[in-house]
Design a protein. Structure first.
Length: 624
């Protein structure tokens, strides 16, 4: 009778062999997705063995529970795959009667599977296959420091030492009252003065009045960067080993989480800003120094020099000392055997900015796909503007815009992708998502935002040159008040791909893949134009606050660093954590503060000195 009632309830939830919702009591009939035995207690003994494993539920096929699990897991947009479980097992305690030390190693897997099978069958009357042992840890296991660790340690030590020497040289060789004669000293050594780099970091007033109009960009960058950190923090809650996966799955029906899950659209703010700055600064500089084809390699080298040193040091740290920071039942899973391994194997992809096109590199600095895409788009934009120095600029820009709209649609059509990157629970758990790897992170699919940014930079430059004043235009001012609500609405519109029911048609997915990028880029570009053209709205005054200058200039370093903390927090877990919004806010605050502290050190010791070193060298070349 009980089975009949359960079967009727189960069938009432089914639509095309999918179950969208389960009440709490029915949900608890399924085996928990994650579990962790106590790690330190397990390895206290000399013969303790702790294993992290994956086991697949395989039947029996006539079980109503196994059918429920399969149908519930079929809703991949909102549910984890409950047909496989992940466990941290203290083999020598949980499976004591199955494990004999004198047995052959070949018996280990079979005995461990028998132990887990007994537990699952006893509690749920289900059978499992032990499909993967991620690793097993013993008391004496440890990671040895190797030659690569010492090389990276030496590089960091060099930067500390040279900055100490440069700072002392600046402080004691040149008295403060003689600062005006500082050019008589060793210019290259002075580039490593922490005092000078700090002064540049907090300097807020450029000489060119047109460049001063860009000061609101610091506020936009800072706020957008914090929002991206907040969106990335959800990785900690969704990547597995949480005590309440049902709460995380139900979050897909809550408005705030729906905005967060579509937060990948925020990155288009950076692409639009980058395109704007490329053209705006380019047009100002060619007034004094005409651009030629020969200048493109040099400009690209300057960009590479500006981005790469800090980036390379972080990748080097990820490949070496990162794995020594901690240990635990999940440390190897989230750090050593994934993050560190991929950084050691694919570091070179990052240094030449092609990592966004390499699908095999899943874990090493995954978030830096944006840096690679931006660099590729910078090159395209630079070539386009040098090509059209004399004529044909409008035609080239229109062709770029049309191409940028067509390319995402073609990916959807030929590769059967979604209109946006759907952040399914299994994506956090496995980092597998075709829409992300085959469309979202590829440079050419973000061209539309960059092109709109370039067009807006060109428009603002020409308006300023002709003396056009739109600051008193009331219609445009009203539009600016709608920028933030409009962006939020576009982000929420992505929820159409999470709705319960059949998958969206291919034509809807194609249209959305192209148009949502264009619409959000136009909205962002409108906001940037209004800010630079001094539209009288309170939001512009807030963004132009001087307090944004320092965090705005640290944006790049913060963006590079923050994901390291996500890996660390995921790896140091020794118990199942709670997926909750409060935890997200607290973790975001902590990760943001730590990221800015480390970013400040990296800027003062690496980014600032090397940028000044290049500027000093280029200035000397110009004089010669």
């Amino acid at each position: 009778m009980i089975s009949l009632v359960f079967l009727l309830y189960y069938c009432s939830l089914c639509v095309a062999a999918q179950i969208y919702h389960l009440n709490e009591s029915t949900y608890e009939r399924m085996p928990p997705l994650f579990d962790l035995d106590e790690y330190e207690f397990c390895l206290n003994g000399d013969r303790g063995i702790y294993c992290l494993v994956r086991m697949d539920l395989v039947g029996p096929d006539d079980s109503d529970l196994i059918q429920l699990i399969r149908d519930y897991s079929a809703v991949t947009t909102k549910h984890y795959n409950h047909s496989y479980l992940e466990r941290g097992i203290c083999v020598t305690r949980t499976c004591r009667k199955y494990f004999e030390y004198e047995q052959n190693v070949s018996d280990f897997d079979a005995n461990l599977e028998a132990c887990l099978n007994e537990t699952i069958y006893k509690d749920y009357e289900l059978k499992i296959n032990l499909t993967k042992i991620y690793y097993c840890k013993k008391h004496e296991d440890g990671i040895q420091i190797d030659s690569y660790d010492w090389i990276v340690f030496g590089i960091f030590g060099f930067f500390v030492a040279i900055n100490a020497i440069g700072t002392v040289y600046h402080q004691f060789v040149y008295r403060r009252e003689e600062e005006k004669n500082i050019d008589s000293g060793n210019k290259y050594l002075l580039c490593f003065s922490i005092k000078r780099n700090w002064g540049w970091l907090i300097q807020s007033e450029p000489k060119d009045p047109r460049i001063r109009r860009l000061k609101g960009f610091y506020g936009v960058r800072t706020i957008t960067n914090v929002l991206i950190i907040f969106a990335h923090i959800i990785t900690i809650l969704g990547n597995g080993f949480v005590a309440n996966p049902r709460d995380f799955e139900e979050a897909y029906d809550h408005l705030l989480y729906q905005m967060i899950f579509n937060g990948v659209m925020v990155v288009h703010v950076f692409f639009c800003i980058s395109g704007f700055l490329l053209v705006y600064n380019f047009l100002i500089r060619v007034e004094k120094l005409p651009a030629t084809w020969a200048s493109i390699p040099f400009v690209m080298f300057l960009r590479w020099w500006r981005l790469t040193p800090v980036y390379a040091l972080i990748i080097a740290f990820n490949s070496t000392w990162m794995r020594h920071l901690s240990s635990g039942p999940l440390w190897d899973h989230y750090v050593t055997n994934s993050f560190v391994r991929d950084c050691r194997r694919y570091w070179w992809q990052h240094l030449i900015y092609i990592n966004n096109y390499m699908t095999e590199n899943k874990f090493c600095a995954l978030h830096t796909w944006h840096v690679a895409s931006d660099t590729q788009l910078f090159f395209i934009g630079l070539v386009a503007y040098v090509l059209t120095m004399k004529r044909g600029r409008k035609i080239v820009m229109i062709l770029l815009l049309i191409t940028s709209l067509i390319l995402p649609s073609l990916h959807v059509w030929f590769q059967d992708l979604d209109g946006i990157m759907i952040l399914m629970p299994e994506f956090f758990r496995t980092l597998n998502n075709d829409s992300f790897y085959l469309m979202c992170k590829l440079g050419h699919n973000n061209l539309v935002s960059y092109t709109v940014g370039m067009a807006s930079g060109n428009l603002v430059y020409n308006w300023q040159k002709r003396g056009v004043d739109i600051s008193k235009n009331k219609v445009f001012a009203k539009f600016l008040w709608l920028v933030i609500p409009a962006i939020a609405l576009i982000m929420y519109s992505g929820q159409m791909f999470y709705i319960e029911g059949p998958r969206a048609s291919v034509f809807l997915r194609m249209a959305y893949a192209s148009l949502h990028r264009l619409i959000i880029a136009v909205i962002i570009a409108g906001g940037l134009i209004g800010m630079v053209m001094k539209s009288p709205i309170i939001l512009r005054n807030i963004l132009e606050w001087k307090g944004w200058v320092l965090p705005g200039r640290l944006t790049y370093c913060v963006y590079l660093i923050h994901f390291n903390f996500i890996h660390i927090i995921s790896g140091i877990k020794i118990t199942l954590n709670q997926a909750a919004m409060f935890n997200m806010f607290i973790t975001t605050a902590g990760v943001t503060c730590l990221s800015y502290i480390l970013a400040l050190l990296l800027f003062l010791l690496v980014e600032g000195p090397l940028n000044n070193l290049m500027k000093t060298w280029t200035d000397s070349v110009k004089k010669e």
